[in-house]
Design a protein around this ligand. Structure first.
Ligand code: ADP
Length: 474
């Protein structure tokens, strides 16, 4: 019955991307379905933590190499998120503001995992299953099964969900001493390419792994930053389960972050009013089609293609549409986009940074959302766009392929293209602008999109089936 989700991110405590949204929602829906799911994550010195009350439920010390670390497990008092939330706090290591990119990230996440295992081991807990998310908790399956410190726990099934297979958390063998005492005959289970690779180790040691869409499961054997062969060999353990969305937070009928709420029935009026608010903020005419992009400005998302593709599209359709970007990432890409904005200031605007409320307004007030991703394990943006009646323009990859059907096909509602290229983006922009001229057809598609069901109910059921296959007592 009792499941622990281990993650570096969880909305609303700390969010960098989709991992936070999933870990902030899936346990809530699992609990509604009768499981007892809890989240364990590092302590972050951020708004949610500062504004809520916590009990210290466990205190101890552990070793990271020769360094003694004192740690506390804090529990949020009221379970207000719909699940028990536990934070691992280690002064000087797990009490910071940012989630990633500290020089001692390896130490941070190893310490997180050891403290978690020490806690459940010493406090005599026996969860029915441990669910790890991405490489930040990827050493847990190995340590559970191959460290004699945790023998008491070695019967517990582990599931790994891969939200992004590009990042592995690899580190050199010189840091092996950071791990607690392990069975040295099993070190091959930690290795990939001559380094300790937490994601690879998790794939090897977990009972089952899942990817956040069925297409991504197949794609990992073709492209996963060096783990292709491993994913090919371990494919029998893999299951693809598409993410859901938290339909309570992402609900245009009651979203507090958008000025005009709307249901399917009032979509035309409500969406137009939100579009007007969004356009007023960015100096656009609300009568023209508005295409937006939200996300990390990195190669994976195809963000490097945006400036060239939009320049070509602006020249092909002068003054006929507007383009808005919300994101942050590679400095070079940010600079290119700012230059694009300066050159096409009437048609283009760019917000560099992270802004949750603005993201909600963009989903509500845009006509189209562009996602030219090279890699998209699931992608949540297109699901939010659909929920707010915004037509997604997506490259056919990963979860985008699994969730968006081109409007040219039977039952379709989005625009799909094949190559992450300037040419394919421009062709899709032209298709979007043509569709915008056909108001009736666009309104029909908006209603169709809003009626789609991407709630967690279906996906949570698939996780439940998977858990049950590993531990029939669940
Ligand atoms: P990722 O690969 O970044 O995890 P996903 O599509 O799975 O991509 O999830 C992205 C999530 O992060 C969505 O909730 C999206 O709205 C949000 N997001 C991304 N960039 C920004 C930003 N700059 N400001 C606000 N929200 C953002």
């Amino acid at each position: 019955m009792r499941i622990f989700h281990l993650s570096a991110e969880c909305y609303p405590i700390a969010k960098v991307g989709g991992l936070a949204d999933v870990v902030g929602a899936l346990p809530k829906y699992q609990n509604l379905a009768g499981l007892q799911a809890a989240v364990v994550m590092p302590y972050y010195n951020r708004k949610f933590v500062q504004e809520n009350e916590f009990d210290t439920v466990f205190q101890a010390s552990t070793l990271l190499g020769t360094r003694r670390l004192y740690f506390e497990i804090l529990k949020e008092k009221t379970d207000k998120l719909g699940f028990e939330l536990y934070l691992v706090k280690i002064p000087g290591l797990l009490d910071r503001e940012e989630v990633y990119q500290y020089p001692d990230e390896t130490e941070q996440f190893i310490a997180f995992q050891i403290a978690f295992l020490d806690w459940i081991s010493y406090s005599q807990q026996s969860p029915d299953l441990i669910h790890c998310h991405d490489h930040h908790s990827g050493l847990v399956p190995f340590l559970l099964y191959h460290s004699k410190l945790y023998t008491r726990l070695s019967h517990i099934p582990t599931v790994l969900t891969i939200h992004n297979g590009q990042y592995h958390g690899s580190f050199g063998w010189d840091k092996l001493s950071y791990l607690p005492e392990i069975d040295l005959t099993k070190t091959g289970l930690l290795d990939w390419g001559g380094a300790i690779n937490p994601l690879a180790s998790a794939v090897k040691c977990c009972w089952r792994y899942t990817t956040v869409s069925p297409s991504y499961l197949t794609e990992l054997s073709i492209s996963s930053n060096g783990l292709e062969y491993l994913f090919y060999m371990e494919r029998a353990k893999g299951v693809g389960i598409i993410n859901g969305i938290d339909t309570e937070i992402w609900d245009p009928k009651k979203d507090p972050m958008i000025p005009h709420k709307f249901s399917i029935k009032q979509i035309t009026k409500g969406k137009q009013a939100d579009k007007e608010a969004l356009c007023a903020r960015f100096g656009f005419s609300p009568d023209k089609p508005l295409i937006s992009f939200i996300g990390r400005l990195v190669l994976e998302k195809g963000a490097d293609l945006l400036a060239a593709a939009m320049e070509e599209s602006f020249n092909e359709h002068p003054g006929q549409f507007n383009f808005l970007i919300l994101g942050a990432g590679e400095k070079e890409t940010e600079q290119e986009l700012l230059e694009l904005r300066d050159f096409y200031s009437e048609q283009c605007n760019v917000f560099i940074g992270y802004d949750e409320s603005l993201a909600h307004l963009i989903y509500a007030g845009s006509d189209f959302l562009l996602m030219p991703s090279r890699v998209e394990p699931c992608g949540l943006n297109q699901l939010y766009a659909l929920r707010y009646g915004t037509l997604p323009i997506v490259r056919s990859t990963g979860g985008l392929r699994d969730s968006v059907i081109d409007f040219g096909e039977e039952g379709g509602y989005g625009i799909r293209f094949h190559n992450a290229s300037v040419e394919d983006i421009c062709t899709s922009v032209t298709r979007a602008l043509n569709l915008f001229q056909n108001t009736k057809h666009l309104q029909f598609l908006q209603k169709l999109m809003m009626a789609l069901d991407f709630s967690w109910d279906r996906s949570a059921k698939e996780y439940y089936e998977l858990y049950k296959s590993l531990n029939p007592t669940i």
